[in-house]
Design a protein around this ligand. Structure first.
Ligand code: GAL
Length: 654
């Protein structure tokens, strides 16, 4: 059975409410309650004095109502006595001073003092609760990100990390190309984290920046190992995870989740949907991305429960159907647990305008009713958790691409995430399951592999893709691929796309970073598409031309090519289009590879399939605020705004 969860903060509410809250949650259909994540101050009110009495009681109340607990370590929010007594536990800014206190998440996860205290509170919790039947799983900290802390410990660790990587300053100077602007490093102590607020990231050496982000990814993962090991020492069979999200400074999620039992993510899809059908707003990319962290089904630890407003002003109210539709969308992409945020909107603190399921008035409301409906829907499908998505298509993602392209923008209106999302959207809009996986993952079992902007080049990937295409697969490569070497320096003396040129059978003759300008491309069949952000002007070296530019000084030159390679093919897409371009391209690829698809779905209707021994379930989700109609096996399917319909393998709607 798919599990339903709820975030609950007993420490925010009068003890007299707990029993009634638990009874209402159980009646709603909740299985697991998520507790504890910011409550260090209540667990250890003074240095070394622990108080778990209230937490014991809260867990007992929940267990008495037949529910279990996801217990969170509270290390995101250390108590004030720790920060003020030990300023080295606080993250430091580039000025070498601790950041201001008063919000949350101030801790430096590498500070040795912080680690000592974090180990102690985690150990206390693990000793007390690990192995209890009422504990379903553990969550480490909250929404870990690649903090740009510049405290002494982080500075020293960055230098140590570089020393281990390069061995000598000579090697580091060569890798970073420090002859530019007299940047030669002559002593390890000269190296500082490249985070000064006085500069934009693009003023720093991109090679140094990439190493700094890689170091930060290691720092995040190291903290996860650290807490996980403490919990597992007390209960090796404990299920341990953390709630990922997509912050401005992302970690490397493959590293972060490697030591954990299941991938998990906080899912806050948009409520204010744009009118423009070309707008790329669906949250589904994130869901496919998280499923790829461990290449298995995942959990949602925070699912949209009400209007946003944690950081005022308030957002709009979720439209009818939205909470249920979005929760089902997560399930449709492989979530096996969906935990809503949060039971009741807080009456105090900065997040009081960020709405949970219940309002401050505590009455049953429309949102509660909708989540109840979601629970009933899943109760009727008890075998769903025994199914998963099998995908003929994979999109390759690389943390290095994320890091390098964030710090060195290529063009206005061109972003790595947009490229990834456009391809994911096209697959889902054709009813074709797609995995988003690490660029290092094996490619076996896929028929097509899409590689948007492989910028920091791994030449072994080019070799793997050539073998994949030679054996009959289809590969898609796009603009800004093969541009940088592993240090984030430009590849010298080879036309783009360098390592992928042979596979694609074309070279980039020149390029035009057109930013927000728009031009058009046209296929041989006369289909026209708008492109923006970037235009590669291509010279075929054996490839056929799939589309040509119709404007600018390169009117008539190829924009997209298609190359026969062994038993397979490679497309090169030199410009960034809108949704329609990718759908046309993917439909062609599916036809060529005999991948079943639904070519007549309206934009905004998303289709995925979960399969298992118990059968197949196809999810048809209308992620728009308009009713949608489309043909399916001779019938007309109608979807209300935000409605999800589910069909079994034998054609029954359930
Ligand atoms: C999440 C966070 C929660 C809460 C929520 C509000 O990012 O983990 O604690 O702040 O946002 O939307």
């Amino acid at each position: 059975m798919i599990k339903i969860g709820m975030a609950y903060y007993p420490e925010h509410w009068d003890r007299a409410l707990w029993e009634r809250d638990a009874a209402r949650m159980a009646a709603l259909g909740v299985h697991v309650v998520r507790l504890g994540e910011f409550a260090w101050g209540r667990m250890e009110p003074e240095d070394g004095r622990f108080d778990f009495g209230w937490l014991d009681e809260a867990i007992d109340v929940i267990a008495r109502h037949g529910m279990r607990v996801i217990l969170c370590t509270p290390t995101n929010s250390a108590p004030m006595w720790l920060y003020t007594g030990h300023p080295d536990t606080v993250q430091h800014g580039p000025d070498g001073r601790p950041i201001d206190l008063g919000i949350r998440g101030h801790r430096c996860t590498l500070s040795p003092t912080f680690r000592r205290y974090a180990a102690r509170i985690t150990e206390q919790m693990a000793k007390r609760y690990a192995g209890r039947r009422s504990i379903f799983a553990w969550q480490i900290d909250n929404e870990l990100e690649n903090d740009h802390c510049a405290c002494q410990a982080c500075r020293e660790n960055f230098r140590r990390w570089l020393r281990e990587k390069y061995g000598t300053l000579d090697a580091l100077n060569r890798a970073w190309g420090t002859d530019v602007w007299s940047g030669q490093i002559t002593a390890w102590e000269q190296i500082e984290p490249p985070v000064s607020k006085a500069y934009m990231p693009d003023w720093y050496d991109p090679a140094c920046m990439l190493d700094y982000e890689r170091f930060g990814a290691w720092r995040t993962a190291d903290f996860v190992y650290f807490e996980r090991d403490i919990i597992k020492a007390h209960d090796p069979s404990a299920l341990v995870t953390t709630n990922g999200w997509f912050p401005a400074n992302m970690p490397d999620f493959y590293q972060t989740f490697a030591p954990l039992d299941v991938a998990a993510y906080d899912n806050y899809p948009p409520m204010d949907l744009p009118e423009d059908p070309e707008a790329l707003y669906s949250n589904a990319f994130g869901l496919d991305f998280v499923r790829g962290f461990k290449r298995q089904n995942f959990w949602i630890l925070e699912q949209l429960g009400g209007a946003g407003g944690c950081w005022s002003p308030m957002g709009i109210a979720p439209e009818p159907g939205m909470l249920e539709g979005y929760a089902l969308q997560a399930v449709a992409h492989g979530a096996d647990l969906v935990s809503f945020f949060r039971w009741r909107s807080a009456c105090s603190g900065a997040e009081m305008l960020g709405h949970g399921v219940l309002d401050h008035d505590d009455r049953d409301n429309r949102r509660l009713g909708e989540i109840g409906q979601f629970c009933r829907r899943l109760e009727a499908l008890p075998d769903l958790d025994k199914t998963c998505l099998r995908s003929p298509v994979a999109i390759l993602y690389g943390p290095d691409q994320e890091f390098a392209l964030k710090n060195q923008r290529q063009s206005r209106n061109f972003a790595y995430w947009t490229q990834l999302k456009l391809f994911q959207d096209a697959c889902m809009g054709l009813g074709v399951n797609v995995d988003v996986i690490s660029q290092d993952a094996p490619l076996d079992g896929y028929k097509a592999v899409l590689v948007p902007t492989h910028y920091v080049t791994d030449p072994t990937l080019a070799t793997r893709l050539e073998a994949f295409a030679a054996a009959g697969g289809t590969v898609v490569i796009t603009n800004r691929s093969g541009v940088k070497d592993e240090h984030n320096n430009c590849v010298f003396g080879q036309p783009l796309p360098t390592a992928f040129r042979h596979l694609c059978g074309c070279r980039v003759e020149e390029y035009d970073a057109i930013g927000e300008k728009r031009v058009h491309i046209e296929t041989a069949a006369g289909e026209r598409f708008t492109v923006t952000g970037w235009c590669d002007v291509l010279a075929p070296e054996g490839a056929d031309v799939w589309a040509r530019y119709t404007e600018k000084f390169y009117a008539g030159s190829p924009a997209v090519t298609k190359n026969a390679f062994g038993a397979g093919r490679a497309y090169y897409v030199g410009a960034v289009g809108q949704r329609a371009l990718y759908r046309t391209l993917l439909a062609e690829i599916c036809r060529e590879l005999a991948i079943p698809m639904l070519p007549d779905l309206p934009l905004g209707v998303e289709v995925t399939t979960r399969t298992g021994k118990s059968g197949a379930y196809t999810f048809f989700f209308n992620n728009t605020l308009r009713a949608q109609t489309f043909p399916l096996d001779g019938e007309q399917v109608v979807l209300r705004p935000m409605e999800m319909k589910i069909r079994t393998g034998d054609g029954a709607w359930v």
